[in-house]
Ligand binder design. Structure first.
Ligand code: ADP
Ligand code: MG
Length: 296
């Protein structure tokens, strides 16, 4: 299925649109109706959870590659000064001259920091650690990413944004630029308090900066179904968040740690393995869009 570029011609749903304007009058043969093509809205998704080590970066990369396998054009954006997403595609953040720091703070066009990798990647560098401070005194500080993406977003079907483990200005920029948030949670150390805090931040952003952003889905990660503890963690999540919890569970396996060492996604590193299959399943769930609603 090749759907890239589909969205440059937005559907209106108006049947009159099936007939070009010049096609008026009896002499012009009737235009056959356009075939039914599945059309998903373009999505900008942030991966957020202020807790570190919950698989935000792993999920950003592997979901992106799974979506690109389906034929979608995908951009991933590294908004974490630690640059793990950048590293996971084989780039060294210490040797990167221009990064998202320059984009956010100096308004460098984002094209200039996009590298070709398994999917397009807007790179981070250690400089990005200074962005929060540099942005804090700027007007429009929360909209720097939204502005940067605006001229290029038409080129992509999906833009996935990885965020640092905090709810600071870099994460806020990601939430303001996004239509939805995927929240990876580690089944072992479930922090519901952390999730409430994230929801409060999202409510504030909806009220003040981006009325459209909501939780796209909560993704249980590092799941070990053999332990009662992990099964209980899922139950607690479902009691609190209902069907916002994705059906896909990302199981615990060392494959996810091995792949980035080789500079590749798990889908490329072990294409037929169950770790790759899990993110393909997540891609299907995201494409179905069943989780696309706000959690009040
Ligand atoms: P975050 O971006 O939230 O800090 P990462 O994606 O960097 O989290 O993941 C933290 C560590 O856990 C990394 O070493 C990663 O390779 C590993 N990891 C990610 N997902 C899994 C998983 N499902 N099972 C086991 N290890 C995982
Ligand atoms: Mg990370």
């Amino acid at each position: 299925m090749r759907l890239a570029g589909l969205f440059s011609r937005p559907p209106t749903g108006d049947p009159a649109d099936a007939v070009p304007e010049e096609a008026e009058g009896p002499s012009v043969p009737e235009v056959s109706p356009t075939p039914e093509v599945p059309r998903e809205p373009r999505m900008i998704l942030a991966f957020a959870n202020q807790k570190g080590g919950v698989a935000k970066t792993t999920s950003t990369l592997n979901l992106a590659v799974a979506l690109s396998e389906e034929g979608y054009k995908v951009l991933i954006v590294d908004m974490d000064p630690q640059g793990n997403l950048t590293m996971s595609q084989g780039f060294n953040p210490d040797q990167i001259e221009r990064s998202m720091f320059d984009v956010l703070v100096h308004r460098l066009p984002i094209d200039q920091v996009i590298q070709e990798a398994e999917v397009d990647l807007a790179v981070s560098s250690i400089d990005l650690a200074g962005a929060e401070l540099a942005l804090s005194s700027m007007i429009g500080r929360e909209r720097a990413l939204e502005k940067a993406l605006s001229p290029i977003k038409e080129r992509y079907d999906f833009i996935l944004v990885d965020t640092p483990p905090s709810l600071g200005l870099l994460t806020i920029n990601a939430l303001v630029a996004s239509s939805g948030v995927i929240v990876p949670v580690q089944c072992e150390y479930l922090s519901l308090r952390g999730l409430v805090q994230l929801e409060n931040t999202l409510s504030m952003i909806r009220e003040n900066l981006n009325p459209d952003v909501g939780i796209q889905g909560i993704l249980p990660t590092m799941y070990d179904g053999r332990t009662l503890h992990a099964r209980e963690a899922i139950e607690i999540l479902q009691e609190n968040f209902g069907d916002l919890v994705f059906q896909t569970r990302i199981k615990k396996t060392v494959r996810y740690a091995e792949a980035p060492v080789k500079g590749s996604s798990v889908l490329k590193y072990d294409p037929t393995g169950s770790a790759a299959a899990a993110y393909r399943e997540l891609a299907k769930e995201v494409l179905n869009g069943a989780k696309a609603r706000k959690h009040a």
